[in-house]
Write a protein that binds this ligand. Structure first.
Ligand code: SF4
Ligand code: SF4
Length: 440
């Protein structure tokens, strides 16, 4: 891990965000995401004198030992790699960012075992043994290159163990080709499987048909059932894509939970190949749907249950942890994605995009990597550097950032505002949800 630059924050950027919850008044200190309750009197004073409030917020924002300076650009060790093992798919979802694995002609062949193992070798050789290493499988549909997946898992595990590394695996799959052998491989190890499922059956079959136009919801449910019933060490989650015109969430999420998933993440399309991304007028409707579903999950959590909406559960966990980062993800930092022919990109969504190309199986181009991270630091983003959500949203996905709109950002801020209030409610009603034990 090496500091390579520092990018100054905007001195005029808001240092705090005031918000209310059913419990009362609160403030978020933007740097290091610290949440404080305010008495009514203190809230009145705070709101009456924003200059004094900003000074106080800057004091409360001071970096604690162990917290990384938010201006720094760090080159961390690569700990995570996704392998784009297949350039084809048995489904034909119109919105697919990967163009069914072909990436608009950038990836025409499936990955060979030689390319995959060379990438894994370079990852393992440089990885930090103090942190887990993750190897992911993507495509197209990665199970169309099943033999390679099984081979890489076996070899990476034995090479990792010889080096004293904790090697874990992940895969994003459409679930329709899963076999007993795949399930056995996943159950036996820390394997995170994300299944793309847009349920219920009606919406899923419309959005995710086979190349012959046949629906796939029933097949997916049948293939996944044994793993969902008995996941072993594997972790299985559903990821639902939400496109314009089909924004109803609760019924669809319930249908996915109904086939045995224990958690579902929803992902609105900001960029698509078929024009189905949400437009400005869709965002308020999407926000209302997401909040309605989250309120239901919050009520359940207050009575002792789990939150099954991944987006909400993760947001609450991050707020509790004081998550605060100038980057939305590890792309180009600790994470890379390898194209079928062996080129390393900062992200799996950007295969074939030269702006994201950072090296190959032989060597990472450290200068390009540094420039990539400097350019994408949240302090370098004109829209973001003065936004109160800058260290929680962190500028959104790099690949989607060029499509950022005012309405899309309003959605992000309103959603975070809701999550902050929900965090105050849940941490008060159920401190144990966050591992806090109250001694009376
Ligand atoms: S992407 Fe939008 S909401 Fe996120 S930090 Fe930037 S301006 Fe703020
Ligand atoms: S750039 Fe976007 S898609 Fe890629 S890893 Fe980051 S958040 Fe994910």
């Amino acid at each position: 891990m090496r500091k390579v630059a520092a990018i100054a924050a905007d001195p005029a950027a808001p240092a705090f965000k005031r918000f209310s919850s059913p419990l009362g008044e609160h403030v978020l200190i933007v740097s290091h995401s610290r949440v404080f309750d305010l008495s009514d009197e203190l809230a009145r004073d705070w709101d009456a004198d924003p200059v004094a409030a900003s000074h106080l917020a800057l004091v409360l924002a001071e970096q604690s030992p162990g917290e990384a300076p938010l201006s720094d650009v760090i080159l961390p060790t690569a700990q995570s790699l996704s392998l784009n093992v297949s350039s084809a798919c048995n489904l034909s979802c119109g919105y697919c960012y990967a163009d069914r694995g072909g990436f608009g002609g950038a990836q025409s062949k499936r990955m060979t075992p030689e390319v995959a193992l060379a990438a894994v070798d370079s990852l393992l050789a440089a990885a930090d043994p103090k942190a887990p290493v993750t190897i992911g499988f993507l495509g197209g549909e990665p199970l169309l290159n099943r033999a390679l997946v099984h081979k890489v898992v076996a070899q990476a595990e034995s090479a990792g163990s010889a080096l004293g590394l904790d090697v874990r695996f992940s895969m994003t799959s459409n679930g329709t080709l899963l076999t007993e052998a795949d399930i056995a491989m996943m159950r036996d190890r820390r394997f995170a499987l994300t299944v793309s499922v847009d349920g219920d059956g009606d919406v899923h079959d419309l959005q995710r048909p086979t190349i012959r136009g046949k629906g796939t919801f029933a097949e997916l449910a049948k293939r996944l059932a044994p793993l969902l019933t008995d996941p072993g060490k594997a972790q299985v989650a559903a990821r639902m894509t939400v496109r314009a015109g089909r924004i109803d969430l609760t019924r669809r999420v319930d249908a996915v939970l109904g086939i045995g998933f224990s958690e579902v993440g929803v992902s609105p399309l900001r960029v698509s190949r078929d024009g189905s991304e949400l437009n400005d007028s869709d965002w308020p409707h999407y926000l209302a749907e997401l909040i309605a579903l989250s309120r239901r999950e919050l009520a359940q959590a207050i009575t002792g249950n789990r939150i099954r909406l991944t987006n909400f559960a993760v947001a609450l966990k991050r707020i509790h942890a004081g998550a605060s980062s100038p980057y939305p993800c590890g792309a180009g930092g600790g994470y890379f994605s390898v194209a079928a022919e062996g080129k390393w990109y900062a992200c799996h969504r950007a295969i074939g995009d030269d702006a994201f190309a950072l090296g190959d199986n032989g060597k990472l181009d450290e200068q390009r990597r540094q420039a990539f991270l400097v350019e994408r630091h949240v302090h370098s983003q004109t829209d973001c550097r003065s936004c109160w959500a800058r260290y929680l949203c962190s500028g959104t996905c790099h690949q989607e950032a060029p499509s950022r709109t005012g309405a899309g950002c309003d959605f992000i801020r309103d959603w975070l505002n809701f999550c902050l209030a929900a965090y105050c409610e849940l941490s008060s009603a159920r401190p144990d949800y966050f591992g806090i034990h109250v001694v009376h």
